[in-house]
Write a protein that binds this ligand. Structure first.
Ligand code: CP
Ligand code: NVA
Length: 300
């Protein structure tokens, strides 16, 4: 494993290795056991979109590992004025030991990896959000004990979160059921991958997808960059909500996850959100541990 660009690139074994290391790093942090695996290393963090969790968890995680994080807003970098990513990659590779990037196009992340000579970590693109899904898998295993026999149901937009969840959950052996409006399905590349699994289902019925689910997950109806479509999307996604009606068809002990930020009474009701706040905020915490594991695997 040289980079973390998308879940599609990881083997099942690599995913489990990252989760095991993440569990160990979480244990060490909670017990005050130092783990300075990245002493003297630097991570550049390029942000072309807003962030609370990703920025703070990478920055803190790098500090806890003994390294130094640099926050690089695209407003301040020459990349924001049009310097090609190919050149940025070759320059930053001469100063840094790794780069985390949050941006729009997946191609930009892939180009950084191709032209640079240091590990690249995808901190969210329009196509995928692998760091979040590693934290989600960590949280599912923490609450359920293992992935065996579990069904994950995703309700809503066939977006970056849906894409990474479909791939990640199928790779660790879970059944996956996704409910999207017909015009908002995941892209062909993801559906082609999922087609090889007989435990994958795509439907436009949230109730059908949620039936007997062990884990229900949703995400915002309008992602970053889609703010102009918010009103149109509110209409298209009406009914694609995790609420009491859906929880009633899921398993009685089903857990609920949300990558956050959440829009209450849109993709999830306030009531369901608060009833599952324990899992949702553990999931947010696990961003820290899962990303530290990724950085150790790639940069130590
Ligand atoms: N879930 C997530 O990636 O959060 P931020 O946008 O706050 O980083
Ligand atoms: N789908 C959301 C996820 C935010 C973490 C977005 O891209 O804005």
């Amino acid at each position: 494993m040289k980079h973390l660009l998308k879940m599609l690139d990881l083997t099942s074994e690599e995913i489990i290795d990252i989760l095991n290391l993440a569990d160990q790093l979480k244990y060490e942090l909670k017990h005050g056991i130092p783990h300075p695996h990245l002493k003297g290393k630097t991570l550049g963090m390029i942000f072309q979109k807003a962030s609370t969790r990703t920025r703070v968890s990478f920055e803190t995680g790098m500090y806890q590992l003994g390294g130094y994080p640099l926050f690089l807003s695209s407003n301040d970098l020459q990349i924001g004025r049009g310097e090609p990513v190919q050149d940025t990659a070759r320059v930053l590779s001469r100063y840094l030991d790794g780069i985390m990037i949050r941006t729009f196009e997946q191609k930009e992340v892939e180009d950084l990896a191709e032209y640079g000579s240091i590990p690249i970590i995808n901190g969210l693109t329009d196509f995928c959000h692998p760091c979040q899904v590693l934290a989600d898998l960590m949280t599912i295993r923490e609450f359920k004990g293992s992935f065996d026999g579990l069904k994950m149901c995703f309700i809503g937009d066939g977006n970056n979160m849906a894409n990474s969840l479909i791939v990640g959950c199928l790779k660790v052996g879970m059944a996956v059921s996704v409910a999207c409006p017909d015009d908002y399905q995941p892209p062909k590349e993801i559906l082609d991958f999922a087609a090889a699994y007989d435990n994958f289902e795509l439907t436009n019925s949230p109730v059908q997808a949620a039936k007997d689910a062990d884990v229900l997950i949703t995400d915002v109806w309008a992602s970053m960059g889609q703010e102009g479509e918010a009103e149109k999307r509110k209409k298209a996604f009406a009914g694609y909500q995790i609420n009491d009606e859906l929880m009633a068809v899921a398993k009685p002990d089903a857990m609920v996850l949300h990558c956050l930020p959440a829009h209450r009474e849109e993709e999830i009701t306030e009531k369901v959100f608060e009833a599952h706040a324990k899992e949702i905020f553990e999931e947010a915490e696990n961003r820290l541990h899962a990303q530290k594991a990724v950085m150790v695997k790639l940069m130590a």
